[in-house]
Design a protein around this ligand. Structure first.
Ligand code: AMP
Ligand code: GLY
Length: 426
């Protein structure tokens, strides 16, 4: 079958890598892709928001499956439009994607179905938000309700920081309409866990656990990014905890959405805070995590394509996923300055040597092919991902490759996986 993948990040390179391994797939297209994806798929010159162009191309070039990677086109309803053309699409509906696109929707949904999440208040105006903050005090978390590329959540240790966050979102409008509504919620402590599951409207098949490092700096310090690295499995996720997450979070949400007439079909990503026995939902995403998908798919032994089709067709019942028992770990190499401003167009050196290694994949994110060179074209540039007998071994293999790759102003954290390794060694 022919498949079209929408997106251009590290997640999409990992998806492309896995999709082309399927014996079911004869041809993969990707719009717009990146330099790495270009080695696996035929790239189409459409940005993810160029929905008319994508629809037009598909009318002339039918495919049997469309897979939408990033949140933007999910929330803007590209999946619905494609389904209206009779296509099979791996993507939740626009209505269901509000679980990521609107934090107000997500918090209210959790409240309606008894799913544990931090206590919260929603504000439309700055003044009442500031008054609430002054009464409530810090630490506190201020969130723009709409999509803000992972930057719309500010964990504030002081009241001054929280006031500044409200000012940015509601007065300076740094996040545009994403800041029309702001959620202020209590600050939770614990260990974060990314819990992803395939969902067909009713049935749930959990993926292996994973964890990412969101902060830009070592020791998880500094500004939040889309993710600086990730690994799977997550040592914090025991089988008993997995069952509790399914019972307390995933089934109530999936059944609740079905009962409300907005069934969820796709991959549902719960960002959780685990503190002893307590499970709290930090966020839901309507898509695969980036970079969690890179280590997850390196560990996935099963063919991904039948699973994606089953989500889209409502036939997940009885399906299981086989995993490589070995851990995988991904180190993101980014452009210096990210998540702030950064340069593009630097020539990346050392890729060829790094690629030719067993149990190692260099997933491209922001890259472009320029003649014979691969150049940087985004904040997150590469996700160097390795399997190993232990997290420590996977980490060592990944960093060996990282050290062989260079460009002007490259940056990466040198401690990805430190928590998992400390557990492994204790
Ligand atoms: P979100 O996009 O809502 O997951 O937020 C991004 C990151 O902010 C999370 O991965 C956490 O690190 C942090 N965060 C979000 N909400 C809270 C909270 N209520 N308490 C503590 N940290 C939070
Ligand atoms: N790595 C976090 C995310 O995909 O949202």
């Amino acid at each position: 079958m022919k498949v079209l993948l929408i997106g251009s990040g590290g997640r999409e390179h990992a998806l492309a890598w896995k999709i082309v391994q399927s014996p079911l797939v004869s041809k993969l297209y990707c719009a717009p892709g990146n330099a790495g994806i270009g080695l696996l798929a035929e790239r189409l010159p459409f940005a993810v928001h160029e929905e008319e162009a994508i629809l037009h191309w598909l009318a002339e070039n039918p495919v049997e499956l469309v897979v939408i990677g990033p949140e933007g086109p999910l929330v803007s309803g590209l999946g619905d439009r494609l389904r209206q053309q009779g296509l099979t699409v791996f993507a939740p509906t626009q209505a269901a994607s509000a679980i990521e696109g609107s934090k107000v929707f997500m918090k209210d949904l959790c409240a309606r179905h008894g799913v544990p999440t931090a206590t919260y208040q929603v504000f439309q105006e700055a003044e009442p938000a500031l008054a609430y903050l002054r009464a409530h005090g810090a630490p506190v978390v201020v969130k723009a309700s709409g999509l803000a590329a992972g930057k719309g959540v500010i964990v504030c240790q002081t009241l001054a920081e929280a006031e500044e966050a409200i000012h940015q979102m509601m007065v300076a409008r740094t996040f545009g309409s994403a800041g029309n509504q702001v959620v202020i919620e209590s600050c939770l402590r614990g260990e974060e866990l990314s819990f992803l599951a395939l969902v067909d409207g009713e049935q749930i098949v959990a993926l292996a656990g994973s964890q990412d490092h969101k902060a830009v700096g070592e020791g998880d310090s500094g500004a939040n990014t889309g993710g600086m690295g990730a690994y799977s499995p997550a040592p914090v996720l025991t089988p008993a905890l997995e069952q509790r997450i399914l019972d307390a979070v995933m089934y109530p949400i999936v059944r609740g959405m079905a009962a409300e007439g907005i069934p969820y079909r796709g991959v549902l990503y719960a960002g959780l805070m685990i503190d002893g026995d307590a499970i709290q939902v930090l966020e839901f995403n309507a898509r695969f995590g980036d970079p969690e998908t890179q280590p997850l798919l390196m560990r996935m032994r099963s063919d991904l394509v039948p699973l994606l089709l089953a989500c889209a067709n409502g036939s997940l019942r009885g399906m299981q996923i086989e995993w490589d028992a070995r851990p995988a770990l991904c180190v993101c190499m980014v452009a210096g300055g990210y998540p702030g401003s950064y340069d593009k167009g630097a020539v990346i050196h050392g890729l060829e040597q790094a690629v030719a290694q067993e149990d190692l994949q260099i997933f491209h994110a922001g890259t472009e092919q320029l003649g014979d060179h691969v150049v940087t074209a985004g904040g997150r540039v590469l996700g160097v991902t390795a399997l190993g007998e232990s997290v420590a071994a996977a980490q060592q293999r990944a960093y060996m490759a990282v050290q062989a790759i260079q460009w002007d102003k490259v940056y990466y954290r040198r401690d990805i996986g430190y928590r998992a390794i400390a557990r492994e060694q204790s």
